[in-house]
Design a protein around this ligand. Structure first.
Ligand code: PDD
Length: 279
């Protein structure tokens, strides 16, 4: 692959960062993942807005408009012949001798991006639906910032794997915050779409936001509010949203089937509507 690092396009083997990079030593970095269908980026503007917000919240001194991001991403797509997959972008506070305190202003940020080819539209998981388990949400309290502190999510995905299921929904008490790397949504027996309200407790998902608009346009009532494990298990349908999964049905929560245990009709209609919007 050709990757982007600090202003240059290089072969992936030639891309090197300092062992003192704060992204490595303190997870002092933010990131974005955008998906690409038919060689085009989905929801680009919303991803860049969230990236700018993450940088501001972390006080990382990097101005996104200082580089031609549309051009960088277009070059990565072209040089790697990417038609379908994801683009990952990361910006860290840069390299400085190890110290908990932030380095002096003017330390250049470390900036990189790379592509991953994978099929997103024809995902077999959408046919069978995901089985998930719930686990306590033990991440830090600023989950609205997209930092690279992903160890807890990684550990929870390993627990899901060991339990023979597909992923984890994180809970505080019996209230669902979000998936390990997706936002969690349900369709109530009345046909309302329910998803957790925004705040410091969840990531403001770009897919979640687009989908709320799509759902409202098609006449579905959307409620942004907390919901419990029991409400989700008793829901008509359940699903997750993320840049790489789009809208993905959830058919089982902690061993109990949701609805008839098959991907929901509304969910699959929303998946199709989201992919159509992306194209
Ligand atoms: N994950 N919640 C968390 C904790 C996430 O990590 C993600 C994204 C989402 C969904 O956000 P969006 O719709 O903007 O992708 C929600 C990405 C895909 C990842 O880390 O790979």
């Amino acid at each position: 692959r050709t990757v982007y690092l600090n202003g240059q396009f290089v072969a992936e083997d030639a891309a090197q960062v300092s062992i003192f990079d704060r992204g490595l030593l303190f997870a002092d970095a933010v990131y974005e993942v955008c998906s690409v269908i038919d060689g085009r980026i989905i929801d680009y503007a919303a991803h860049m807005m969230r990236l700018e917000r993450s940088l501001a919240e972390m006080t990382i001194d990097y101005d996104c408009s200082a580089a031609d991001w549309p051009g960088i991403l277009a070059t990565l797509i072209e040089r790697n012949g990417l038609t379908e997959g994801t683009i990952y972008m990361q910006i860290s506070r840069g390299a400085a001798d190890r110290d908990f305190l932030f380095p002096a202003p003017g330390t250049p940020a470390t900036v990189f991006a790379f592509t991953q080819a994978r099929s997103l539209v024809a995902n077999p998981m959408a046919e069978r639906g995901m089985r998930i388990i719930t686990r306590p949400d033990r991440r830090w309290g600023r989950r609205d910032i997209k930092t690279v502190q992903l160890l807890y999510a990684s550990m929870m995905k390993m627990e899901a794997r060991a339990a023979g299921v597909d992923d984890v929904w994180l809970v505080e008490g019996d209230v669902i915050t979000e998936g390990s790397s997706q936002n969690a949504c349900i369709i109530t027996p009345q046909g309302h779409l329910v998803t957790r309200d925004l705040g410091h407790h969840i990531l403001p998902g770009v897919t979640r936001l687009s989908l709320i608009d799509i759902a409202r346009e098609s006449g579905i009532t959307v409620e942004e509010r907390p919901f419990t494990i029991a409400e989700a298990q008793g829901a008509a349908e359940a699903f997750v949203t993320s840049a790489s999964m789009f809208v993905m049905p959830v058919v089982e929560i902690d061993g109990l089937s949701v609805g008839d245990g098959r991907p929901g009709v509304e969910t699959m209609a929303l998946r199709k509507a989201y992919i159509d919007h992306a194209r």
